[in-house]
Ligand binder design. Structure first.
Ligand SMILES: *Cc1c(COP(=O)(O)O)cnc(C)c1O
Length: 405
């Protein structure tokens, strides 16, 4: 019997750890070991047979990693979780688990670049086909379901244009057709959005981003709502494909998680301040932010997201040359892909994260050459704004805004 569910913030700090079982250590100990010793040969036999609980070998489970897994399962409202050596290892594990040759995956019309690469590889090598579809309504999703479809794979908000997938609509269609639904929740973190509560079967994260939050780990987590299925996944795809996390990286993510709620609120406060600032800039043509009143799906976003999060995309006047000049003019804000770190980061999707997408498809996805994506960090918002302001002034010295100033 589970005890009464704790509040989210408390779970981030306590769930899955019992200090009395670890020499009373307050902090979760780092079990930096590849293997575990058996007191007797018979005990080793019993553990391998699954008759006794207990550690065997770190690819099959590690006590530090298990604390992270239990904590993640709880905060994402799942029944089991597995930690991986990267977000992509989590993506590939769940897709290998759910599909076989001849099956079809229906994905949202924007997915992380390497996820798209994986879908293409699975099609080429194993005949597992896929389609990408807009998923704003049940009708839009329903239209692309095929007899061979086994899974709906969703990212929301979609990077970098912040289009929203309606999670409840996707879950309704998945249920109607007996499909599994997977959601990549990296952009929101479990603080802002809980896809399992909306009806998804699996939720995954690149823990590299907000979960760890300090830019020093690459890792992933997969949470499922069926505990037995997750244990089966541990002993099949995770064990045999082997994309496990290192105990040290799990330890760092456990440290990061303790402040997730505080960080997500500050990321969002800062993003809202930057949003207001960008709206007053004559050089900014369009802004994409999930909970902005100007977002065409702000209502859906509000239903499934607690707040808008730390990511903002915007188009500036001009093209690639102007966008790159603007990035080069920034001083505090760093030019880098990735997101969710304490440092504010800017990247140019057309030449970086989405460079592999052909130019026409990029345009169709709304990714123009002047689009920039900002991962708003935890610095003082006024310092972030001041850096943006001086960069706008540098690339556009004649602007109306400056003449007024
Ligand atoms: C970064 C990212 C991934 C991949 O995660 P890695 O940890 O880099 O392997 C997957 N999905 C989204 C939305 C991401 O931002």
């Amino acid at each position: 019997m589970r005890e009464k569910k704790l509040q989210f913030e408390t779970e981030l700090i306590h769930t899955g750890y019992e200090s009395s079982r670890h020499h009373d250590s307050l902090a979760v100990p780092l079990y930096q070991t590849s293997t575990f010793t058996f007191p007797t040969a018979e005990e080793g036999e019993a553990r391998f047979a699954g008759e006794h609980q207990g550690n065997i070998y770190s690819r099959l489970g590690n006590p530090t990693v298990r604390v992270l897994e239990e904590r993640m399962a709880e905060i994402e409202h799942g029944a089991g979780a597995l930690a991986f050596g990267s977000g992509m290892a989590a993506v590939s594990a769940v897709l290998i688990h759910l599909t076989k040759a001849g099956d079809h995956i229906l994905a949202s019309r924007g997915v992380y670049g390497c996820t798209f690469g994986l879908l293409e590889m699975m099609e080429e090598k194993y005949g597992i086909t896929h389609d990408l579809a807009a998923m704003r309504t049940e009708e839009e999703i329903e239209r692309s379901i095929r007899p061979e479809t086994v899974c709906i794979y969703v990212e929301t908000p979609i990077n970098p244009t912040m289009e929203i997938v309606n999670l409840q609509a996707a879950a309704a269609v998945a249920k109607r057709h007996g499909l599994k639904m997977v959601v990549d929740n990296t952009f929101c973190s479990p603080y802002l959005q809980n896809p399992l509560l909306a009806g998804a079967d699996f939720v995954l994260h690149s823990a590299t981003k907000y979960l760890n939050g300090h830019g020093d780990v690459v890792a992933g987590v997969l949470v499922g709502k069926d505990a037995e299925e997750m244990e089966a996944l541990r002993m099949t795809v995770q064990k045999d494909v082997g994309g496990i996390i290192s105990p040290f990286d799990a330890w760092l993510i456990l440290r990061g998680l303790k402040t997730l709620h505080i960080r997500m609120d500050r990321h969002t406060d800062n993003a809202e301040a930057v949003l207001r600032f960008l709206k007053g800039q004559p050089e900014v043509k369009t802004i994409y932010y999930p909970l902005d009143s100007g977002h065409p799906q702000a209502e859906t976003a509000r239903q499934q997201m607690r707040r808008g999060g730390g990511l903002i995309s915007f188009e500036i006047e001009g093209g690639r040359k102007e966008a790159q000049a603007f990035m080069n003019a920034l001083k505090l804000i760093k030019i880098a892909v990735s997101l969710g770190d304490a440092e504010t980061l800017i990247q140019h999707p057309a030449s970086m994260t989405h460079a592999v997408v052909p130019a026409e498809s990029r345009e169709a996805m709304g990714i123009s050459d002047s689009l920039l994506r900002l991962s708003v960090g935890l610095e003082n918002a006024e310092d972030i704004e001041a850096d943006l302001r001086q960069a706008f002034a540098k690339v556009n010295p004649d602007s109306k805004r400056l003449q007024e100033a």
